[in-house]
Design a protein around this ligand. Structure first.
Ligand code: PEP
Length: 331
């Protein structure tokens, strides 16, 4: 039996609503119902509580196994790439150094690895991880090159400091800091103008969009706008990696099923096929899945033919977990 809880109120921080939702979840689970939720915003603590408390969430939209278009070569040797997005963590430099030393102890990896620490820790990261093969990148960059832009960071500053990657278009930048597709595109172009910088461009739909079947169109628009003006040559050189991150999976503990991730990655390749005349662009593009990836989920996700790696938030702050994810991306 399925109980469908439709949340009408989306304001966070309402303790009574949270209490009643949790109570109904506990009672319904005890009575043998499968819980299915709808109209959920990930920033709503009630929704997160529902999902977090539900070991077997029923996804409102299901995806069957899907293969990439025949125009896409299956023999592309895409090297897996695992990235760690530290977000606004950890709180102190001492903790960051401990974390970096934990990663260094993991040695050299077969998959490509990038970490995105907060800006104040970049120089320590570059020093401590030198020789490990782990790349260091920034969580954002501005599109201006210099001048009166207080608080901004120019791509040339990152490149000349030794960073190799920049994470752009993360859903938290889009939703919390108002970054639009066009401002993300300006940043993509500014970063690619620095010869030594590579970009990880994040795309992904919200839960509301997912529930009404908009995954493909949302991701299609984000890609077309985010990559506008980017040359096929830059893409063929591997200077851009796409991170497919369903917003509802980020930081919620709810991982997309391998079939869901595969379907989204195929949709991304389809968009690239229609954007660029050379089909190699779509074939060679590395596409990471991101959203609550853990050592337990990484292998099944990586078993999908179009999943080429993972973008990891929470688990990248625990060296043991992150190292296991890196290992799982290869084996
Ligand atoms: C992220 O921040 O990009 C992310 C995927 O976070 P988490 O792994 O914690 O869901």
């Amino acid at each position: 039996m399925i109980l469908y809880i439709h949340l009408l109120h989306k304001q966070p921080g309402n303790n009574m609503k949270l209490f009643y939702c949790n109570l109904s979840l506990v009672l319904a689970t005890a009575a043998g119902f499968t819980i299915q939720t709808g109209n959920i915003n990930k920033y709503n603590s009630i929704s997160t509580a529902l999902y977090a408390g539900n070991p077997n969430p029923v996804f409102p939209v299901q995806y069957a196994p899907v293969a990439a278009s025949p125009a896409i070569s299956s023999n592309t040797n895409r090297r897996p790439i695992v990235a760690g997005n530290w977000k606004l963590n950890p709180a102190t430099k001492a903790e960051a150094i401990e974390l970096l030393n934990g990663l260094k102890a993991g040695g050299v990896h077969d998959s490509e690895v990038v970490i995105f620490p907060p800006l104040p820790y970049l120089s320590d990261a570059l020093t401590i991880l030198a020789g490990t093969g782990i790349n260091v990148g920034a969580q954002n960059a501005g599109s201006n090159t210099k001048g009166a832009f207080t608080g901004e960071i120019a791509p040339s500053m990152l490149a000349s400091s030794g960073c190799s990657h920049v994470l752009l278009g993360h859903s938290e930048r889009r939703s919390l800091f108002g970054e639009s597709d066009s401002s993300i595109n300006e940043r993509v172009q500014a970063c690619l103008a620095e010869a030594s910088l590579n970009v990880v461009l994040c795309v992904g739909e919200t839960l509301e969009e997912y529930e009404i079947g908009l995954l493909k169109s949302v991701v299609d628009t984000q890609l077309r706008k985010g990559l506008a003006g980017v040359s096929a040559d830059d893409l063929l050189m591997g200077r851009v990696v796409i991170a497919y991150e369903p917003v509802w999976a980020i930081g919620t503990g709810l991982v997309a099923t391998p079939n869901q991730a595969q379907a989204a990655h195929v949709a991304i390749r389809d968009t690239l096929l229609s954007m660029y005349t050379n089909p190699e662009v779509a074939s060679k593009m590395r596409i990471q899945y991101g959203g609550s990836v853990s050592p337990d989920s990484v292998k099944d996700l990586m078993a999908m033919p179009d999943v080429d790696g993972a973008l990891v938030g929470g688990a990248s702050l625990i060296p043991d977990s992150f190292l296991k994810i890196i290992q799982g991306s290869w084996n």
